[in-house]
Design a binder for this molecule. Sequence first.
Ligand SMILES: Cc1ncc(COP(=O)(O)O)c(C=O)c1O
Length: 399
Amino acid sequence: MIYLDNHATTRLDPRVLEAMLPWLTDRYGNAGSVTHEMGREARAAVEDAREGFAAVVGAVAREIVFTSGATESTNLAILGTASRPRSGAGPGHVITVATEHHAVLDPVAHLERQGLAVTRLPVVGQADDGVPGRVRMADLEAAFRPDTFLVSVLLANNEIGVIQEVTEIAARVHAHGAVLHVDCAQAVGRMPVAVDALDADLASFSAHKFHGPKGAGAVYVRRRGRAIRLDPLVHGGDQERGMRSGTLDVPGIVGLAAAARLAAEGLDAEGPRMRILRDRLWAALSARIAGLALNGPALDATDGSGAAVRLVNNLNVGVPGVDGQSLLAALAADGLAVSSGSACSAESPRPSHVLLALGLDEDQARASLRFGLSRFTTADEIDEAAARIAAGVAHLRSL
Ligand SMILES: Cc1ncc(COP(=O)(O)O)c(C=O)c1O
C-alpha cells in the first residue's frame, strides 16, 4: 500500500508512541487525582505538554484547552462563543467560508437552524484572477453586519491546500468587534503556525494530522490582550478550567505535545522535502496523463508578501475523461491510498463542496484526486504511485 492520504490522517510517529507508552501502561494515574503521587505525575505530564504545545503554536499554557480533536475544538470554539451573552440588536451573525471543513460548516449550520444569521463567503474561482480558493477581502468587508460576532476561517484547506490571509482577515474582524476562530488542523508540520502572529482569538488543532494519536486535539482560547470566554459543551468535573470536563487523556495529550514538538523541529527539513516530492508527483502525472488539471493554487505561487499560498504537501488534480468513482476504485484495488476529497465526507457520493466552490462542475469534481504527503513519503513511492495512476487512467480511458 502506498499511502498518500495524509490530509485524512497520518501515521503515528514511533517517537510519539514511545513518549506515550509509559502513560498507557505503568503510569496510569488520573491527572485530577492530585492527592497521591501517581495522580500528581500525570498532572505534571499534562502541564508539561500544555506548555510545550503552547510554545509550538505561539500561545501560552493557560490558553490551551485539550479536546478529543479538531472537530470537538471547532464545535467548542463556535458553539461556545455563540452561547455567550451578546449585547446589541439582531439575532447574531456568523461569517464563514464556503470551502471550510464540515467540522466548521456543520456547527455553523446548527446555529443557523436556531435562528442566527450566517454568511458563507465565496472564494476566488479556479478560472478567476487571483489565488484560487482564497477569500476576497472585499467580500469579507461587505459581509459584516452590526451583529456579526464571530468569523471562522481555515488557515490551510484540507483539499486544495490553499492558505488564507489570516492576519489580514484578523485585522478586519477585530475592526468590526468580532471574534476570529481559525481552523489550523491541516497546518501544523506543513507551515509555521503561530496563533499570536495570526492574531487569532480561537484556533483548533488535531494531533493525528501531524503524526500524533487520533482522538487528541486542542483549542487555543486567547487570554492575553482580548480575553475570550467560551461556554462549555461538556459539563462535569470542571477539568480544563471548566471549558471541557472529563478525565484527561494523558497519553493522548503527551502524544499531541510530542508530535507538535517534532513537527516544529522538523519543519525546516521536512517542508522543502515534501514540496520537492509533491512537485515530482505533479510533474510525473502531468507528463503521462493528457489534459490533467491542477485544482487550487499554482504549486510555486507566493503572494505579495512572498509567503507560500499552498501547503507544501498538497496536490489536487482533475482527470478529464474518466468516471471519478471508477478511478478511485481502480486505484484502491491497485494499492494506492488517495481520496477525492475530505475523508469525513468520503462516504457520501456528493462531489467535493470545495471543488464546486472553485467553479468546477460535478463531473470534474468527482474525477479529482487529492494527495497529501508526509514526512514518511519516499521518492520511490511517488514514482510508483505516478506509474500506477497513469496506468489506471489509461485503462479507464481505453474502455
Ligand atoms: C481542516 C480540518 N478541520 C477539522 C478536521 C477534523 O479533525 P478531527 O479528525 O481531529 O476531528 C479535519 C480532519 O479531517 C480537517 O482537515
